[in-house]
Design a protein around this ligand. Structure first.
Ligand code: HEM
Length: 408
């Protein structure tokens, strides 16, 4: 029987989802700025090009959802088109989807809350949360890293930063899970997404009123205060609170799962970490971020015609830049396919670059460092329970669906 050849431009093909490094690595070496006719977008894969592109924010707009009038890709149910317009209006007000000058004013308003020094103050909370999550599972000799640790930790930390009561955590985790449908491919995803958006607006609105009157040291107060100063509209406060809830959710989850998997597949690096968990955790976390990045790619839309490597990117064209390929570019990293937890320097682009550089990078780093340190201190014999692992069919995120491990 004749087999149908897989479409080489299908970014959701099972083999591309399973191993983005082979697929995008090939593009990086043969056609580093590649037009994908199926997705109707440019695919940029070299480290040098990616950094150049992201730093030229005047040429490449982040307001993709606002400026791109094409129907959603992958397609959604026709009946959900009105929902898509509501989602578009919501997302257009996100920091990550905005350009200068408004982006700069919004970013300045929240920057101070997220500085590396300020985030260091959260390390004891993160350490205690990791310990508490692991204490529960340790006597059982096995756990699903995703369910037991990677999923609950970021929500616990971010809801604490929002200053919401502990009993509301589960509700917010549910909403964060719904908001993640932004990056999924299911045709009915708009319904789940709207549920998350409406739930967030309903939950956060009264909190903003409260904090505008009686500010605390949480970040809803920071946003409420910026609203008072005319930097944010109320809608922008609500949208960006939702952004902060979900921007650090699946991303940090993936750092924890993908990093743990990298250690399980490289026992000699696991032994290296175990020899000095506290000392090695910082560089090791950077290498986990580089080697199997939580965010595989993100996008821009051209604001002008741009020439690069003999290609013409036209005003209005979509561009997707692939960190998973740039982080393995041999022009930027020695022996790039090797997982080496002492790697230095390590100029990975897993948090992006330029004006939209991840606001939560310091927090994510602390969460990664504390998790890898704690795992190495507790579980000398950590091992994978199955080789049958699978990833969410997402072009943006590198998300394991589960990670069962065991120890003696
Ligand atoms: C390992 C975890 C994380 C990774 C890999 C990651 C990755 C990224 C990347 C690649 C960008 C740039 C997007 C672009 O240029 O289009 C970004 C932006 C952003 N991230 Fe993260 N992130 C992580 C954790 C977090 C956390 C914990 C938070 C919040 C507490 C957060 C909040 C944000 C925000 C608000 C932006 C938008 C910044 C702006 O547009 O100025 N992220 N992140």
């Amino acid at each position: 029987m004749a087999t149908v050849a897989a479409d080489p431009e299908d970014l959701f093909a099972p083999e591309v989802i399973a191993d983005p490094y082979a697929y995008f690595g090939r593009l990086r070496e043969t056609d580093p700025i590649h037009w994908n006719p199926r997705a109707e977008m440019w695919i940029v894969t070299r480290h040098e090009d990616l950094v150049w592109l992201v730093r030229h924010h005047e040429l490449f707009s982040s307001a993709v959802i606002r400026n791109d009038r094409r129907p959603p890709h992958p397609p959604i149910d026709v009946a959900d088109r009105p929902l898509f317009e509501e989602v578009r209006a919501f997302r257009s007000d996100q920091l990550v989807e905005s350009d200068r000058p408004p982006h700069q004013a919004m970013r300045n308003a929240v920057h101070e809350y997220f500085t590396p020094q300020a985030m260091e103050g959260w390390r004891p909370f993160v350490r205690a949360a990791v310990a508490e999550l692991l204490d529960g599972g340790e006597p059982q000799g096995r756990m699903d890293v995703l369910e037991a640790l990677a999923a609950p930790l970021p929500v616990r930390v971010i809801t604490q930063m929002m200053g919401v009561p502990e009993e509301d955590r589960e509700h917010l985790r549910h909403l964060a899970d719904r908001l993640l449908y932004i990056n999924r491919g299911e045709p009915d995803r708009m319904r789940f997404l709207m549920e998350g958006i409406e739930g967030m607006i309903e939950y956060v609105s009264p909190k903003v009123d409260e904090r505008a009157e009686r500010p605390g040291d949480d970040f809803i107060s920071v946003l409420a205060q910026a609203e008072g100063e005319g930097v944010f509209t109320r809608h922008q406060v609500l949208v960006n609170t939702a952004l902060l809830l979900f921007a650090g959710h699946e991303t940090t989850m993936n750092l924890i799962c993908n990093g743990t998997l990298a250690f399980l597949r490289h026992p000699e690096q696991w032994e290296r970490l175990r020899a000095d968990p506290e000392g090695a955790a910082r560089l090791a976390t950077e290498e986990c971020l580089r080697y199997d990045p939580p965010v595989k790619s993100t996008q821009r839309i051209a604001a002008e015609d741009v020439e690069r490597r003999g290609k013409t990117i036209r005003n209005g064209d979509r561009i997707r830049w692939i960190m998973a390929a740039a982080n393995r570019d041999p022009r930027a990293f020695e022996d790039p396919d090797r997982f080496d937890i002492g790697r230095q320097p390590n100029p990975h682009v897993s948090f992006g670059a330029g004006i939209h550089y991840c606001l939560g990078a310091s927090l994510a780093r602390i969460e990664g460092q504390e998790v890898f340190r704690a795992l190495a201190e507790r579980f000398a014999s950590l091992r994978l329970e199955t080789e049958e692992l699978s990833y969410q069919p997402s072009i943006q995120f590198r998300s394991l669906t589960s990670l069962p491990v065991a120890w003696d």
